[in-house]
Design a protein around this ligand. Sequence first.
Ligand code: CP
Length: 356
Amino acid sequence: MAIQTPTTPMHHPNLVDGTRRHILDLDDFSPEEIELVMATTDAMGEVLGREIKKVPTLRGKVIVTLFYEASTRTRVSFEEAGKLLSADVINVSSSGSSVEKGESLLNTVRTLQATGADLIVVRHPHSGAPYFMARNLERTSVINGGDGWHAHPSQALLDLYTIRQHRGSISGAKVVIVGDILHSRVARSNLWGLTAAGAHVVLCAPPTLLPQEFLDGSYREDPDSSGLASVEVTFNVEEAIQDADVVMPLRLQLERQQAGLLPTLREYSKMYQVDERRLKLARPGALVLHPGPMNEGIEISPQVAHGAQSLIEEQVHNGVAVRMALLYLLVANKEGPPSTAQDTPSGELPRRIRFL
Ligand code: CP
């Protein structure tokens, strides 16, 4: 007679019970974790509305921002978030640090851990760099502040928060993401976050700016992307924007034109720019989001970028509260459960990075 070995369900580290140590993407976020981030952001928004915004929550904690690529919004808002929570925030960029002398990413982050960093926010041109860091740090948490074309989870969470703030709920909203999806880490993280929160996501781009999985439809069959099965894809921007609740044009990465992925910027704008005429096809009062930085006049017209439906500056404002929530949820709980092997991504990069 075969002996049955009792099996216990694998525990998935998460923010709800305080066992998550890193935020690397939203592909492993449950709807409950997203809701916890939203509710915690509400509380941080209340702090931001006070006359004296500083609270002692993270006093004695050390946050490092480690940026190997340019950034305005992400770096500044994480720095501000840490300071408003009374953490000590140290900014390191690749220029001016020992990275310039050839120090490896591994030695850099182990050095930062040895100095006592509780959390590192990293931006890196190579997809997967934050996963590599998380695998090699025992005491320091990692937040991915944007890695290559792969993921930008805090940006997606602030996008979700902005939608929720205006609509009351993300569930059921038709969200159209238009533009350079192939090279967009913001689009990838938003796909996971929006679908987990119950949005109906439509991707719209020229075929040369869409990942292969979305061109050939294979994302629907991939068990690793089962959460994305409801995503729709179209090349036609008018069809995409029809009845949309949220329209999110993406920055056209201008360097891509040299790679032959676009005929001319003029033609791209003519075919895909979110302008007033196209925005009229969306539901009345539809929200316009853009992760920034914008190329006004290319993927978005100046009238839409600065029009009554634009929430672009509000996204930046919400970014501070969302990042306060993320720092709080990861760092304030640090004395909680000890780290385990399950906390840390191991082995190969997740298959989902194949969407590159
Ligand atoms: N959206 C965003 O990541 O902007 P920054 O590059 O300015 O951080």
